[in-house]
Write a protein that binds this ligand. Structure first.
Ligand code: SAM
Length: 195
């Protein structure tokens, strides 16, 4: 039988969880617009991860509804969108390019995902990753190398990092997978877990 004693703590918990989620997404919105200096820091071109590889990356990291996924260099927002839509996670993309930022933000709005997903228009090297439980990267090894101190500074123990095709130098992947794209090209994905 559901008693008042049992229902109120459950309602309070649900309210706290909802508010915590909303506050986090609002905080994640405090993105500084890229400066001229930031714009020179575009270190990788937009090459999208094929959709089935995006799904494999999110599965490899066991992404679920309690996760906060950050995609650094989020391009057209496909990782962020799939994390929010299919995996029920809260998801943030960080994108420097004006057009990609606008396009991905518009797509999130079109899909009605604003409460679960957002794109920050900023330099990924300036982002606060402390809320992240999962980070996804499709960037060059040299870019991953430069991100390493930020990941090591911000990520909590147990946070997962999944990379597409490029490793994080000096980190030991706990798992890797070869995945064939729908167009028949082999892709490698790596899972790292923060100690
Ligand atoms: C290879 S694409 C990956 C796109 C997406 N993550 C995916 O897997 O489909 C790399 C993206 O990083 C963005 N980028 C490059 N340097 C950046 C920086 N310093 N800050 C934020 N985004 C950046 C590029 O504009 C591009 O969209």
């Amino acid at each position: 039988m559901i008693t008042h004693k049992r229902i109120f703590p459950a309602l309070e918990l649900a309210l706290v969880m909802t508010l915590a989620g909303a506050c986090w997404l609002a905080r994640a919105g405090q993105d500084p617009e890229p400066t001229e200096e930031d714009r020179k820091d575009r270190l990788a071109p937009f090459v999208p991860t094929p959709e089935n590889i995006v799904e494999s990356m999110l599965r490899l990291a066991h992404v679920g509804k309690h996760d906060r996924v950050y995609d650094l260099g989020s391009g057209d927002g496909r990782i962020v969108i799939m994390a929010a839509q299919k995996f029920q996670a809260e998801a943030v993309g960080v994108e420097l390019d004006d057009e990609l930022y606008k396009k991905s933000t518009a797509r999130i709005r079109e899909l009605g995902l604003e409460k679960k997903a957002k794109i920050l228009h900023m330099n990924m090297y300036k982002v606060d990753l402390t809320p992240a439980t999962v980070v996804t990267l499709y960037l060059l090894t040299s870019v991953n190398e430069r991100l390493k101190p930020i990941l090591e500074r911000d990520l909590r123990p147990g946070a997962r990092v999944v990379t597409h095709d490029f490793k994080i130098p000096g980190w030991e992947a706990v798992k890797s997978e070869d995945v064939m794209s729908d167009t028949g090209i082999n892709h490698k994905i790596y899972l790292y877990v923060r100690p």
